[in-house]
Design a protein around this ligand. Sequence first.
Ligand SMILES: [Zn+2]
Length: 466
Amino acid sequence: MALRFYNTLTRRLEEFQPREDKLVRMYTCGPTVYDYAHIGNLKSFLFQDTLRRWLRYRGYKLDHVMNITDVEDKIIRNAIERGVSLAEYTRPYEEAFLEDIATLRIERPERLVRATEHVGDMVAAIEKLSQKGFAYESDGSVYYKIDRFPEYGKLSHLDFKGQRAGARVDVDEYEKDDARDFVLWKQRKDAEPYWDSPFGDGRPGWHIECSVMSMKYLGDTLDIHTGGVDLTFPHHENEIAQSEALTGKQFVRCWMHCEHLMVEGQKMSKSLGNFYTLRDILAKGYEPDAVRYLLASVQYRKKMNFTFEGLKGAAASLERLRNFKLRLETEKFPEGVNEPVETAAAEARRRFEEAMDDDLNTAEALGAVFEFIRDANSAMDDDSFRTGNAASALDLLARFDSVFDVIEPAVEEGALSDEEVERLIAERTEARRSRDFARSDRIRDELLEQGIVIEDTRDGVRWKRK
Ligand SMILES: [Zn+2]
């Protein structure tokens, strides 16, 4: 079966085929850096990370652009309140975002681009839209005339024909029943930061930035555009209207949207007290890898219910994965190959790949791997697992981890390297051999303090990071 994704534009599962053989041009709406990212935002970035990794697994190269929205209504309001410049206000949140995605092992796209560094390009695009008759000025601002683009609504599958011609909306975010001519360039107001332009001092609206930055780096037609489902309207609808008016070509071939996240069965909100940033969760003592695992364990188009019970379950699943790998690497199995185990490993790999090819069905993919782990563990327990079975089992884990990336614990800064751990273990073994148990215990405690757990088995010492 071929690789296929659900395309919001056509509302169908489609076989994926980039425009150019093996190169995927992809764009993701990045963070608006006015606060710390919450776990709902991070789930959406984790989805695009899974997508990136699966595309690479299938042999594609990526040119992936993500914008950083560092000028926008909320940012301007907060920066003015604090009496700082846009950059002074946004940079710490931008850094925090990059830290958070690194903590969750979310890969950085090939290009991360800031809106404020592309205002000139946006002005040029707005001028071109005006020349083509898609934009008009009113009271010093410039608006996109949506009735000039008859396909308006094709992504969100809504019919806007009845809307009042000439009615305008100035805010960046609004509801579907408020669809009106949206703002491309906002006239400077009082103390607001501004840029000069042929239409007067002002600043770009939010929607134009994504059209301009995506096409600048990726060309007129993108293979994939991703984002959270809440961006479908108005943001992505407006991106299509702007881009296709500018080029006369299809803007995006496949639109992929990630569903919302609920917390303990409810919509996450500050007033309900269930609003969490990654930092909040880590402060409660949970491991980032468990958060990563949990967020990736539900297929991206399904609503996910984030619970602390689920997070504990994720930590237990990680434990099982890591213990299984440790057994494979350190236990001595009887010589030979057990054919049924080989067949089970091949079957698990086939099911894992098929599930991922099927619109990134991560839940099914995990199921296939865990079923194999359960069977292989029992085979190990009754001595029917053989030395010759280890390679295919490790290969399955490596394939799994190239996408999920949770098995190898993250090595924290300042933590002991593998070599240092090995050296201390050798010292401890030496101490035990010379019956210096006080010293051997001291080394064990020292390792434990560094998060290294050691276990004496009949095959020697095994160790792992906590
Ligand atoms: Zn965007």
